[in-house]
Design a binder for this molecule. Structure first.
Ligand SMILES: CC(C)(COP(=O)(O)OP(=O)(O)OC[C@H]1O[C@@H](n2cnc3c(N)ncnc32)[C@H](O)[C@@H]1OP(=O)(O)O)[C@@H](O)C(=O)NCCC(=O)NCCS
Length: 156
């Protein structure tokens, strides 16, 4: 398994867009699959925010299947002045519990550090234990668009 910026595998952008819209479309009023596609297309960067990363399974031969994604974005929580954010961590069900999300999170942390940030934020309603295990600190909990979310940070 390798983790690369999406700009190196633009053929995987459609899958990233579909996963993101399916998983988080409801949290963003007015979001459509086309808007998600446009956001992903605007994240084809390496040395500046936003960056989408993809995890690619080398073992699959032709086509090299995508087995996960995660992003580094400037703003994620509307109205919140902190930045930047780790966002949109997704691993398809059949590839979970193999460390892929952990590797993606580390790649996003490395990119943020390389760009010059010394702190990174995230919010999650589903997986605080994943991030706590990777050294993230729990900050406040709050209601966000009908979900209870945990905000976390990590010093880089
Ligand atoms: C959450 C998610 C990204 C985890 O991906 P993953 O590749 O399975 O994660 P890892 O294998 O790196 O997990 C590392 C550790 O995190 C913890 N963990 C992972 N998923 C967890 C979950 N759903 N609930 C609780 N703990 C979890 C476990 O301790 C795990 O270690 P273990 O397998 O040795 O017990 C994946 O389940 C997913 O895409 N879910 C749907 C989207 C989502 O909720 N994304 C997070 C949004 S912030």
């Amino acid at each position: 398994m390798r983790i690369v910026p999406l700009v190196e595998r633009p053929d995987l952008a459609e899958q990233v867009s579909v996963w993101g819209f399916g998983e988080w479309g409801h949290l963003n009023p007015g979001q459509t699959l086309d808007l998600r596609r446009a956001e992903i297309q605007a994240s084809m960067n390496v040395d500046r925010v936003p960056i989408v990363f993809v995890a690619v399974d080398d073992g699959k031969g032709d086509g090299e299947g995508i087995v996960g994604t995660a992003s580094l974005v400037f703003d994620d929580l509307e109205g919140d002045p902190r930045n930047p954010w780790l966002a949109s961590v997704f691993v398809p069900a059949e590839h979970r519990r193999k460390g892929i999300a952990s590797a993606l999170v580390r790649s996003v942390e490395d990119a943020a550090r390389r760009i010059g940030y010394d702190r990174l934020y995230l919010f999650t309603s589903t997986a605080p234990t994943l991030y706590a295990g990777l050294g993230w600190r729990a900050l406040e909990q709050r209601d966000y668009r009908g979900e209870i979310i945990q905000v976390m940070d990590k010093s880089l």
